[in-house]
Design a protein around this ligand. Structure first.
Ligand code: UD1
Ligand code: UDP
Length: 351
């Protein structure tokens, strides 16, 4: 069985790493990895392949830092060339980025079977680029690997039981990675308080709306007076903060590799984020999470009070920080317990 994997953004390197580890256990499967170049800084890309021992991409397309249309369009053109040359049995795509959508369009037009990992997730906010990417990718996939019961239900609600495709509850590949790398984590090389808050901000809905961004930064500045806030800053956010001269009092660091990130999650008191992946990792490492968004795809975290949604509203953010009563009984299986990669590869072998 021959697989072409399409990836390009930081969370996809982490997710694909778990699947590649599983593929390497099977002598009858070969994987060709295509890196679109969507993320290209060394600390947004190379560091993951180097540190996590993920197989290096076979193709690097170098298409990053562009508008949605230019990026997705150029990716489609280049991925098509690779897929035509490689003639795989499967194209594998992850999550909801522009690289995901480009891979999905190429595979479906070339009639190559498409598997979508992290299928069925919905925020029901079609203003988010991610929501558009995931709806379109799901619709043309032959096998849809859902991380959660909610994701399966979303697909049923959209009529997927009537479509010519297979929906499979696989669990979440990010849990596989978190469990694998937990013991390999590395303490970052800077001074940090004992009880710090780990925060990340990069989603377009926050960075591209200056009033939201300022409100979040202002809230973190306020919280930082009481407890240190540490932010590994996404380059998108860094550029916008700098060009708008927004005042920051908390600790900013460059993006870190996954091994340091796992250490930062494992040792913090609280996570505050708009990241999809980090919301789940907070749960895997038994940390409460305040989510700086108006909705989330990971609703089971909210329903169980491991996570609370506050959007970008200063009052809500500070109230949640001061008084939200999180559930600290983390011992529930919401994401498949680290078996997702195994299930996904077993399923591809029989589909
Ligand atoms: C993308 C995904 C988002 C995901 C995120 C993970 C889309 C539409 N969005 O958002 O769902 O949560 O990746 O991190 O696919 N930049 C750099 N260096 C880099 C990468 C980006 O400087 O290595 C800057 C560039 O100015 C670029 C901007 O960040 O234009 C945005 O990058 P882009 O890949 O378009 O979107 P992300 O915000 O990273
Ligand atoms: N991450 C990392 N270094 C950082 C920030 C995040 O390794 O400096 C990891 C994080 O632990 C998670 C993934 O990147 O595994 C999440 O990616 P991101 O937040 O960029 O995207 P999203 O999950 O929101 O799509």
């Amino acid at each position: 069985m021959k697989i072409v994997t399409i990836l390009g953004a930081r969370p996809q390197f982490i997710k694909a790493g778990s699947i590649s580890r599983e593929i390497l256990k099977h002598k009858n499967i070969s994987e060709t990895i295509v890196h679109t170049g969507q993320h290209y800084d060394a600390n947004m890309s190379d560091i993951f392949f180097d540190e996590m021992k993920i197989p290096k991409p076979d193709y690097f397309l170098g298409i990053g830092g562009k508008s949605h249309g230019a990026m997705t369009g150029q990716m489609i053109e280049k991925i098509e060339e690779v897929v035509l040359k490689e003639q795989p049995d499967w194209v594998l795509v992850y999550g909801d980025t522009n690289s995901t959508l480009a891979g999905a369009i190429v595979a479906s037009k070339l009639h190559i079977k498409l598997a979508h990992i992290e299928a069925g997730l919905r925020s029901f906010n079609t203003k988010m680029p991610e929501e558009i990417n995931r709806i379109l990718t799901d619709r043309v996939s032959q096998v849809l690997f859902c991380p959660t019961d909610t994701a399966m239900q979303n697909l049923m609600d959209e009529g997927y039981s009537n479509l010519d495709c297979k929906t499979v509850k696989s669990g979440d590949v990010m849990q596989d990675g978190a469990m694998f790398y937990r013991d390999l984590s590395v303490k970052p090389d800077f001074e940090i308080d004992d009880k710090y808050i780990l925060s990340t901000i990069h989603r377009a809905e926050n960075t591209d709306d200056l009033s939201r961004l300022k409100s979040i930064v202002d809230s973190l500045n306020e919280i930082n007076k009481e407890r240190q806030v540490v932010v590994p800053l996404h380059p998108r956010t860094a550029k916008i903060l700098e060009s708008n001269n927004i005042n920051i009092d908390f600790m900013i660091i460059d993006p870190v590799g996954y091994l340091q990130m796992v250490w930062l999650i494992d040792n913090c008191e609280l996570v505050m984020t708009d990241s999809g992946g980090l919301q789940k990792e907070a749960f895997f490492f038994e940390k409460p999470c305040i989510t700086l968004r108006d909705e989330t795809e990971w609703v089971e975290l909210i329903d169980n009070r491991f996570n609370v949604l506050v959007g970008a509203d200063r009052v809500k953010i500070l109230d949640a920080y001061k008084s939200y009563e999180f559930n600290k009984e983390f011992n529930v299986d919401l994401y498949g317990g680290g078996m997702a990669s195994k299930k996904i590869i077993a399923e591809l072998l029989i589909s």
